[in-house]
Design a protein around this ligand. Structure first.
Ligand code: SAM
Length: 268
């Protein structure tokens, strides 16, 4: 697999060779490309090399991984895009048709952003756990929650799903976040562990695309949903539904393009 890291302090060919030498010594790393102009390091490695070990090694060498909050920069205008509003409504409606939502349910929205998807569940369930690694997105959600003043549903905001206890969630939802995750199988394993027995997972994301959906780097240009289904089954999930659920048009570098999205629902 390939991991593309945005780092700081890359200056000269000496940086390139010290990064090459150090990373290639890690068991499972078999290729390194350093790009000084883009301040990026592309690492080719096996699945057992953790992101953490790459971060630590680069940090030790003096090239800390840049933690720019790219989503946070767009958080203030996130909800102004009607495509996002529409896709989150469709996602919610389809999930609610399949998963029986109960007042004592705890729903976790992974990559919740400003809460466009997760907040749809608020009137129907007891607790929401909203997880996002972007401080800017969580800040926007926090502002929204203070206006909404939900009285019956308890909401918890978290920056890292690892901080949540295991066997505790009845439904995990995640919309348009999986393609931002380098190691999808590892995340699905985390989801499995966080779910209660009989808990559900609902993942919405892009079908395979040509890379024009994003201007910035993303680890996956959408997915073949069958690949995600196979990964879910490998983790021990039972498939409930796997279908296309939405189409959207987006202005790209090559003009207006249509993209398709899938929704997969599975059960622990
Ligand atoms: C395309 S946005 C989708 C936001 C929201 N689900 C929606 O549909 O409006 C992807 C979100 O995933 C978050 N994200 C990316 N990687 C993450 C990670 N490892 N853990 C938690 N959130 C992550 C980003 O910060 C961003 O808010």
């Amino acid at each position: 697999m390939k991991t593309n890291l945005s780092v700081q302090n890359l200056q000269c060919t000496r940086c390139v060779s010290s990064i090459n030498n150090a990373l290639l010594k890690i068991n499972g790393v078999y290729g390194v490309e350093v790009n000084i102009a883009n301040q990026r390091v592309l690492v080719d490695h096996t699945e057992n090399v953790s992101l953490d070990s790459l971060y630590k090694e680069l940090d030790k060498l003096g090239y800390p991984v840049a933690t720019q909050d790219l989503f946070g920069e767009r958080a203030g205008e996130w909800d102004l895009n009607p495509v996002r509003i529409n896709q989150s409504e469709k996602f919610f409606k389809q999930v609610a048709q399949v998963v029986p939502l109960l007042p004592n349910f705890k729903v976790l929205d992974f990559g919740c952003g400003t809460g466009l998807v997760g907040l749809h569940f608020a009137p129907f369930v007891g607790r929401l756990v909203m997880v996002d690694s972007s401080p800017g997105m969580l800040n926007e959600l926090h502002k929204k929650l203070s206006i909404l003043a939900l009285d019956t549903t308890k909401v918890e905001l978290l920056s890292d799903i690892a901080k949540h206890k295991e066997n505790d969630i009845d439904l995990i939802v995640s919309m348009m976040t999986l393609h931002h995750i380098e190691d999808v199988s590892a995340l699905l394993a985390v989801f499995f562990n966080k779910l209660n027995k009989d808990g559900y997972i609902a993942i919405g994301d892009l079908m395979l695309e040509d890379g024009s959906f994003h201007d910035e780097y993303v680890p996956h240009y959408g997915f073949d949903p069958q690949d995600i289904c196979a990964k879910l089954i490998a983790q021990g999930f039972q498939l409930v539904q796997c279908a296309s659920f939405n189409e959207l048009s987006k202005e790209t570098k090559n003009g207006l393009k249509d993209f398709e999205q899938f929704l997969i629902i599975a059960k622990k």
